[in-house]
Design a binder for this molecule. Sequence first.
Ligand code: BGC
Length: 754
Amino acid sequence: MRAPRTPMLRSILLAGVALALATPAIAAAPGAPAKPWLNRQLSADARATALVSAMTQDEKLQLVRTWFPPFATGKPGAPTDMIPSAGEMVGVPRLGVPTLRESDASLGVANQVEQRKGDVATALPAGLATAASFDPELAYEGGVMIGSEARAKRFNVLLAGGVNLTRDPWGGRNFEYLGEDPLLAGVIDGEHIRGVQSNHIISTIKHYALNSQETGRMIADAKIGWPALHESDLLAFKIAIEKGNPGSVMCAYNLVNGDHACESHELLTNILRGDWGYKGFVMSDWGAVHSTVKAANSGLDQDSGAELDKAIYFGAPLKEALAKGEVSKARLDEMAKRVLTGIIETGLYDNPAPATTQPIDYAAHALVAQKAAEEGIVLLRNEGGLLPLAATAKTIVLIGGHADVGVLSGGGSSQVRSVGGVPIEIPLKGGPAASFSRTTWHSSSPLKAIQALMPGANVTYVDGSDPVAAAAAAKAADVAIVFVTQWRTEAEDIENLTLPDHQDALIDAVASANPKTAVVLESGGAVLMPWLQKVPAVLAAWYPGQRGGEAIANILFGKVNPSGHLPLTFPAAEAQAPRAAPVNLAAIKADDAASNAGSAGGATPAFPITYQEGADAGYRWYAAKGEKPLFPFGYGLSYTHFAYANLKVTSGTTLSISFDVTNSGDRAGADVPQVYVAADGKVARLAAFQRVTLKPGETRHVTLTAEKRVLSSWGANTRGWHLAGGHYHVALSHAAGDAALTADATLTDQYFRP
Ligand code: BGC
């Protein structure tokens, strides 16, 4: 056990850090190069410190704000060569510091409302699909792919890495993120970031922290105990930072326990720097800054998209605050140094992005997107083995969801204008998202993909607008496949979990006409399924990205064996969720619209959201309340079967779990054995998992180590973890709440640092 640091000791250490920064770190040793920042043998820290000491104050100030091209173009002092995109930081060419060109986001290089005419990119499926794969390698591959496209398009910062935990099933951005479990989300996010940065560009991790709701996102004050936050959302960030080492952390719009996230000393300095030792820079979300002195002194290093704030806080006001001593020169040095550390540590400084756009192998990248969709689609139900549909079906009718032309995309800053174009685009009629979001479909037609797979069959499409006509078409077919959609976007939560536009009635009518009905759900999270008992087969395809049509077809017809597992709970009823859907929606949306228009500067009063479930987000909330969801976290069927045997656990300081997993069916497939661990009287948490691909009849011996932090509690005073010694129940499971095999272990009492 390491001795806990006292608050006094911590402040001495932090003061020491500030002092060290104020002192030029690199003495001119005999024979040392004249420009130590060029010396690749030195640490990023040392090189960044040397660069800072060679900079003028104005150059440093240049690094701590970025311009927002749509609003900045033509403004005095604005760069004249901005790429229409999310942001630009002007570099310092005389010192080799590159201009930072920033683009969204986690699902590909965004260009959602076509700021750059005709510029397309490869669209990965929703983050939820990647999380549903439970496959860190897949997350890495996706990151490599989108990062390479960003670089080829001359961007060197990708605003990726969204990892806010799903706490409410109606969250507008749930689709972008990685579900409700900190271990799964953290591991997948970290690998995704690592992949992006393998291209020597910066990835962010965002939105730090607790930006779990879109309604009133700029004025919402997330209330939660700090230990509970460490044990849940912050743990996801921490795990992802350890694995991916992102160059930058983006602080969120919302407030956390009374302070704006971008001016929270606790989040930005005590936790990120003090507890975690993070060295890169904190950039604000766009329009999330509300002050100069408080923000700078709390730990914000860079004001992003400054034109969206009420004032350019890190422009002239920061210069003034420096002159008055309200922000120290050492603090400005530190801010600049952190930006430079992100630039150097990711390899960007030594490998600048190309000056002109480079060719992209879109055909190869499409396969990455398709694989991600195929691994992420979750088979939720398959009564009587309706799926895979295989060769017996001669007449197949597809109904609804625009399945003749494409698959739905989520909306907002993460939205990619994908290769192949936009077959359907519906502008919004108002609301906070209207200025930057449209409802669009990727050009990946399930109809065409199924026709290509089933050349001998008669495969047709009806649009589903008339349930009577749809039922008649279903009756005349061997099989009916209903495509239903639920659209979500950044800046707005959905109002309930019912499928919109009478799609429940459509499914009911079709399933009543033909019992061989499958439902394909394109959604950004959970939906209610009042028709479930009538429908033998259901696939959750999320927003499946630019090759979603092909992926869905391959799963439906058995070319690919489904292997996705839910990264979030599907509740059986809205009342099971920890909070009601946001109330007073109209008023909150009006406030939000005002904030989005640039009047966020503290004028609008905060409204609280109480996260009374604390660390028990997601499946742990349902377990604690004894609620049985419609489909639990971790759930997902396959066309084969997997059996577990020989579970063994070790006791002592570390919990290691070993077992055999066998593919007991007759086709190859991938399984995700999940280990849930609970102390006496506590709800179980996912402590380890592994995706395992097996041939028919094959057995694999698997050994996993439980993530200790999910078994521990955070000490507010010790600022560290405590794993309470005693008995732990271990369940080897196919999903949360299921226990295929169980064992008990005794763990040693222990304290450890983050
Ligand atoms: C979003 C961020 C995004 C930024 C830049 C904000 O509205 O919350 O996720 O990176 O815009 O587009």
